[in-house]
Design a protein around this ligand. Structure first.
Ligand code: EPU
Length: 318
């Protein structure tokens, strides 16, 4: 009997993960748990610590590669309504909403749950004429995952608008961290070991047409330069300082290079696309080939941006 048996319907065993990731490859989760509240999440975390079981947190699966063997641990999904809440400080007419004391005159705050969709929040903010998230156009993900890895692109990143982040830390305490305590750097935070459960963002009121135009321009740029309709996890590697991983991979002649069902996108060198029948091991081999080739050609060690889950935790293929 599973050590999570008394959690009842929120637990499932041997759940396929591939359909829950943008790559669409990889094996199952030994256990999948969808807690209905922060208290329930904390209780599941406590039980896992007690039993020494690894915990993985699944966002929207947009920046994730699951190994073909899957993961031998508990995968947490924050998709219950309690984790998808959104509360705006002001309504669409600019009036301060109930329950918000001391409105911030420099911006409009929004409290969000970690399971909320980035795309949905971005659209909402653009429609409200609030600036700050239009740089996230075309970036999929859940807010929890987006914050955890400080997602963004050349037009901005989520840390630009984060005021505070609420986490369940590795000791089981719920803590509210100010912006400075999160440790935001390029595609990185110091939140390892903690689970993001929510956050407060602060956006800037602006001319609605201007915000919309900028959002559309960024979307257009991405549609032109990235294979958005294919199965991929976005950029595979972080950009090296003052350079572009995509440009290096392109100049190394790797565009179109294929291993099994995985190939380097013809449109953008930093995207690996998975075709029908692809396996995680194809993607992993291709990652290895790219790293070796770019290191030999340019002396640059590319660092992974995509998260890799395997049976021994987060692995880095070489
Ligand atoms: N380039 C090439 N060949 C390529 C790809 C790019 O020559 O195959 C050149 C471009 O022409 C451009 C430069 O490299 O001069 C930079 O390319 P791009 O504008 O596409 O930006 P990037 O640095 O490759 C970053 C983010 C993307 C984000 C875009 C746009 C990283 C690792 N990547 O890409 O984020 O969408 O800016 O905002 O930070 C992601 O994180 O998953 C991601 C896709």
């Amino acid at each position: 009997m599973s050590f999570l048996a008394d959690f009842g319907e929120i637990v499932r065993e041997n759940q396929p993960l591939a359909p829950l990731t943008y790559f669409g490859v990889g094996g199952p989760a030994r256990w999948m748990v969808s807690p209905r509240s922060v208290a329930e999440l904390a209780e599941v975390g406590r039980r896992c610590r007690q039993e020494d079981v690894d915990v993985y947190v699944l966002g929207a699966g947009a920046n994730l590669l699951v190994s073909d063997d899957g993961v031998d641990g508990v995968v947490i999904r924050l998709n219950a309504p309690a984790f998808r809440k959104v509360a705006w400080e002001r309504d669409r007419d600019g009036l301060v909403a109930e329950g918000w004391a001391g409105a911030d005159l420099d911006g409009v705050a929004v409290k969000i749950g970690a399971g909320l969709s980035m795309a949905r929040l971005t659209l909402d903010s653009v429609e409200r004429g609030l600036a700050g998230l239009e740089c996230m156009a075309g970036i999929p993900g859940s807010l929890g995952g987006i914050i955890r890895m400080n997602a963004g692109g050349r037009f901005g990143q989520i840390s630009d608008v984060v005021s505070d982040v609420t986490v369940l830390d590795e000791t089981g305490q719920v803590r509210r961290l100010g912006h400075g305590e999160v440790g935001f750097t390029y595609r990185h935070t110091k939140l390892n070991g903690s689970i993001v459960v929510g956050a407060t963002l602060v956006l800037r009121p602006d001319d609605a047409d201007r915000v919309k135009k900028r959002y559309e321009e960024i979307w257009d740029y991405k549609k032109r330069s990235q294979p958005l309709a294919d199965y991929s996890a976005g950029c595979i590697f972080k950009n090296p300082p003052n350079d572009s991983a995509g440009r290096l991979i392109d100049q190394a002649g790797l565009k179109g290079h294929r291993i099994g069902g995985a190939s380097v996108s013809e449109q953008h060198g930093n995207f690996i696309v998975a075709s029908k029948g692809a396996q995680a091991r194809d993607v992993l081999s291709l990652i290895g080939t790219i790293r070796r080739t770019v290191a030999e050609r340019f002396g640059v060690e590319l660092e992974l941006e995509v998260q890799i889950w395997d049976r021994c935790g987060n692995g880095v293929p070489l």
